[in-house]
Design a binder for this molecule. Structure first.
Ligand SMILES: Cc1ncc(COP(=O)(O)O)c(C=O)c1O
Length: 407
């Protein structure tokens, strides 16, 4: 059977990344990988998850193994609604949809909102998983430049006048840039949403992983405040996840939006997977309740802060002065910029030979730039590995910077 002639036209947009293929080599135990977006496995609360699974099965086993509602487990929706509510916004559990990771949340948004020919505005660089999730819908991405304070809101306004379908933002400790949208820009942004009537997707997996600086209010809550309401009934669809604060293997994400949007997303999710794993939702709820999640996040903040600081200090020591990098206040990533003649995809091949890995930045950029950038993850490797890996990378960068410039 000639299967490749049978695939739908939209699959032409789906590609296995060559970088993923190179990175497969990094699963060997002697490679220090700063490539994945992986939390530190040694801090997964394995015992607590074990107890939660036991409790879920012994006390509610029949329900935990049964089909359940598409919207999600009521207690878990309540817990998430409570965590997101503050003096500016009251989230009703009915406005929370549990998803199979926030990656599914993005996929559902694509199904429900994006038509062929639409254009979507996103930070440049932006989250690769979003680019890949929406590409099959035949959209065009329009980049907005970013700096240390996040998306450049001045550059955004003329784009909003051109009737985009939506705006996608990772406002806190962005993946891959590590930058955070400042409060002043958030406030100007919500005013622009109201003026131009553009929906915004706030993708916030990292907001709670804050190590320095002031945590910023969500765009969801600022938009509500700007509209004089205190419910999520404005322009923002908010996506969150327990992947980075608890465990990605549970695949628990969530969406918060106006009731009409949730209703449509529920219809899309029904045909995608009926519902997120009932057992995983029961476990996540049992783990997270009674303040455990808050204590756990507090612990993660301490250990990830230390790892971030070790990486930044090692970069100061080992990287050549021609190289610059972002200094994130939280999250899992920072972005490195080498001089323009350094191609980081070529550099990765050399790096893997020296048993260290990163993700080249070009694929995160929607304007075709970024060949001289790469992303480093600082959560997954322990302190000694970070030091050793950055030293190896420093040597490579010194060699690359010293190469003569061609052309
Ligand atoms: C910005 C962003 N959004 C969404 C996701 C998806 O996470 P998950 O599906 O595990 O919730 C990630 C994961 O790295 C991410 O960085």
């Amino acid at each position: 059977m000639q299967w490749d002639q049978r695939f739908a036209a939209r699959t032409a947009q789906m590609k296995r990344s060559t970088i993923r293929e190179i990175l497969k080599l990094t699963s060997q135990p002697d490679v220090i990988s700063f490539a994945g977006g992986l939390p530190a496995p040694e801090f997964f609360p394995v015992e607590r998850v074990k107890q939660a699974a036991d409790l879920a099965l012994s006390e509610r086993g029949q329900a935990a193994l049964q089909y359940s509602t598409t919207e999600g487990m009521p207690e878990l929706r309540e817990l998430i609604a409570e965590r997101l509510s503050n003096e500016h916004i009251q989230v009703d559990p009915d406005q929370v949809l549990i998803t199979t990771g926030s990656q599914q949340a993005l996929d559902l948004i694509g199904r429900v909102l994006i038509d062929n020919g639409d254009f979507v505005i996103a930070e440049n660089p932006t989250y690769l998983g979003m680019i890949m999730a929406w590409k099959p819908y035949g959209l065009r991405y329009t980049p907005v430049p970013t700096d240390a304070e996040g998306m450049d809101v001045d550059a955004l306004e003329p784009l909003l006048r051109q009737n985009p379908k939506l705006l996608y933002v990772v406002p806190n400790f962005q993946n891959p840039g590590g930058n955070t949208l400042s409060l002043e820009r958030r406030e100007r942004l919500v005013a622009l949403l109201a003026r131009y009537q553009v929906p915004l997707i706030e993708d916030n997996p990292y907001g709670e992983l804050c190590y320095s600086g002031e945590p910023q209010p969500s765009i969801l809550s600022l938009d509500a405040k700007n509209l004089g309401i205190n419910t999520p009934d404005g322009h923002v669809i908010y996506a969150g996840t327990l992947s980075k604060v608890l465990a990605p293997g549970l695949r628990i994400g969530f969406l918060v939006a106006a009731a009409a949007v949730i209703d449509k997303l529920v219809q899309a999710k029904q045909s995608a997977d009926l519902h997120t794993s009932t057992l995983d939702q029961f476990i996540a709820y049992e783990v997270a309740r009674d303040g455990f999640l808050d204590q756990h996040v507090q612990h993660l903040r301490e250990v990830y802060r230390e790892r971030r600081d070790i990486m930044l200090a090692a970069m100061e020591r080992y990287f050549p002065p021609e190289v610059t990098w972002s200094k994130p206040d939280g999250g899992l990533f920072l972005l490195v910029t080498a001089p323009s003649q350094v191609d980081t995809t070529t550099l990765l091949v050399e790096a893997v030979k020296r048993k260290v890995a990163f993700v080249p930045g070009a694929d995160f950029h929607i304007d075709g730039s970024g060949q001289n950038t790469f992303r480093l993850n600082f959560s997954n490797a322990g302190p000694q590995m970070i030091e050793a890996g950055i030293q190896r990378l420093g040597q490579l960068l010194h060699d690359a910077v010293a190469q003569p410039v061609h052309g």
